[in-house]
Design a protein around this ligand. Structure first.
Ligand code: SF4
Length: 315
């Protein structure tokens, strides 16, 4: 059976149109989700390896140079915490250990140290994805040689809207970084944030920009306005469960075989709509986000099973 193909205009009509469209859109997305991802929800555990003190001014981020958010700041998380989280991924049969580092550029010595820690974690045969700023080719190869499977670098929004949320680096730098990493053979994780004040057209533009990148995984975050950041008072009334679900449906239909992850905001915007969420997204985080707390592991397992899905990765 042929997959449904949507062009930009149709995607835009869906986002701007009546929520009743979900009656036909959701079964279509579910069909593709089942065909390519079966019945499993991949759970990722996230560790913030370096927190705060970033030189960049991303408006939504508690770690940015302009943020007054009272977060814990550190240059390097302890081995005990990092390896402990990695062991949990193995022990609970989770899909992946995602590690994030605040900052945009790194000294070679920092990357060498990170590579040694990744090499150690890979002894446990966990899948590892690293969310990190702009790497040089030499640095990226060091991480690849250490066994890093995947790199996350989000586009965050459309090219047009990007200057509204960050002016310390450009959208094109992000694209160039992703292309370099893909060329080196990394699996690519790249997605964005919905609710930054962008239009529906920006969301569609971002999705089509991602088509040019061809990621293996697309995390879609729904803005959690953080006190102390520039977007603390952002109006999020547009982020209804139906609108968020429509965004995820578009991602699933445009990228049927790709991991579609409902990232930050899952616990808020899909509360009471978990079954519909899992009918579209096949991937989530548990136990919180970089600087925000989230649903714990046991509760996440229960919720997935209650919705009729599985999560355990055998092996
Ligand atoms: S999103 Fe990343 S680059 Fe931007 S301010 Fe936060 S840590 Fe820095």
């Amino acid at each position: 059976m042929e997959n449904l193909i949507l062009n930009r205009a149709e995607c835009l009509r869906i986002l701007n149109g009546d929520d009743d469209i979900l009656e036909s859109l959701l079964p279509e997305a579910y069909k593709l989700r089942t065909r390519y991802k079966g019945n499993r929800v991949s759970i990722q555990l996230l560790t913030n390896v370096r927190s705060g003190n970033c030189t960049q001014n991303c408006a939504y981020c508690a770690q940015s140079k302009d943020s007054q958010a009272p977060i814990e700041k550190y240059r390097e998380i302890s081995d005990k915490t990092l390896y402990g989280h990695n062991d949990m991924v193995k022990e609970f049969h989770l899909a992946r250990h995602c590690i994030g580092l605040s900052g945009i550029r790194f000294a070679d010595s920092d990357i060498e140290k990170l590579a040694a820690r990744i090499r150690k974690m890979k002894e446990k045969e966990t899948q590892i994805c690293c969310s990190i700023g702009f790497l040089t080719e030499k640095q990226a190869l060091l991480l690849k040689d250490a066994g890093l499977d995947r790199i996350n670098h989000n586009l965050n929004s459309s090219r047009n809207f990007y200057p509204n949320i960050c002016t310390t680096h450009t959208y094109q730098e992000r694209i160039d970084n992703l292309k370099m990493l893909k060329g080196l053979g990394f699996e690519i994780c790249s997605g964005g944030i919905v609710g930054l004040g962008e239009s529906a057209e920006d969301v569609v533009d971002m999705l089509f920009e991602l088509k040019e990148i061809g990621p293996n995984s697309i995390p879609i975050n729904f803005l959690l306005p953080i006190e102390g950041t520039r977007l603390a008072q952002k109006d999020i009334s547009k982020l209804t469960s139906a609108y968020c679900l429509k965004v995820l449906c578009l991602a699933r239909i445009l990228f049927p075989e790709v991991d579609i992850r409902c990232a930050a905001g899952r616990e808020v915007y899909f509360k009471g709509h978990e079954k519909e969420l899992f009918m579209v997204a096949d991937s989530i985080f548990a136990s919180g986000y970089l600087t925000e707390s989230g649903q714990g592991l046991e509760e996440t397992f229960r919720q997935i099973e209650q919705a009729g899905f599985t999560w355990r990765i055998e092996g």
